[in-house]
Design a protein around this ligand. Sequence first.
Ligand code: SAM
Length: 253
Amino acid sequence: MVTFNVTAGSYDRFMGRFSGPLAVQFARLAGVRAGQRVLDVGCGPGALTARLAELLGAGAVSAVDPSGSFVAAARARLPAADVRCGAAERLPFPDGSFDIALAQLVVHFMTDSVSGLREMARVTRPGGLVAACVWDHAGGGGPLAAFWRAVHDIDPDARDEAELAGAREGHLAELCEAAGLDHIEPASLTVSVRFTTFADWWEPYTLGVGPAGAYVTRLDQARREVLRNRCAQLLPPAPFQVTASAWCMRARA
Ligand SMILES: C[S@@+](CC[C@H](N)C(=O)[O-])C[C@H]1O[C@@H](n2cnc3c(N)ncnc32)[C@H](O)[C@@H]1O
């Protein structure tokens, strides 16, 4: 099980750079508009929560995450939003509370992704929308693709994130079907992030965030250096852009 026992600052430097721009597109894909009540499941420090608050006002936004440090950060960022500690598989909200429930980059970390999606449907009003997205880790289109390629060059048996739920094309739709959702519509979104130096790209990997950070944390100094050098060989000269795609789906509760 992957834990996110890291500071919000570490998360933002590692993944927040990608999830911020992704949130703008994901909220658009979900058709978020004034007057709706929405839930951000697995909100982390609040990249999508903040975008939803911009669109709807923080009072119309609820969010939930199992990580105490992330819940504290999201609450500090958006004091008027209803941010709770909890997991997707047991959402602390009554049936039909929201017009839309969204999970950005979360389904692959749920303990039971089908139960999590079913719970998202339960707390959404009948006919409301459930939306989720997961990076294209299986197709090599995610933001960490160069990192995992470098890892496999030196440690071929290392487990990456390709087999996680929703990380391959079509899998989110299969999970939604298993969760009993209707009118399932797959989509994909792409963002680009600019890195000014190689260090700007590498340093966040050393902060212990998610499976990639956990992998680096387990390496001794010498092996870490080998991995760092391999990553530098694989990436273009700085400054460079990393383009990342996420599989998405929208479905009716
Ligand atoms: C990659 S982060 C995404 C955070 C945020 N949605 C974003 O886009 O930046 C994954 C998040 O899922 C949360 N998470 C892990 N297991 C979860 C579960 N079972 N239910 C809900 N959230 C979970 C983690 O605590 C973490 O905040």
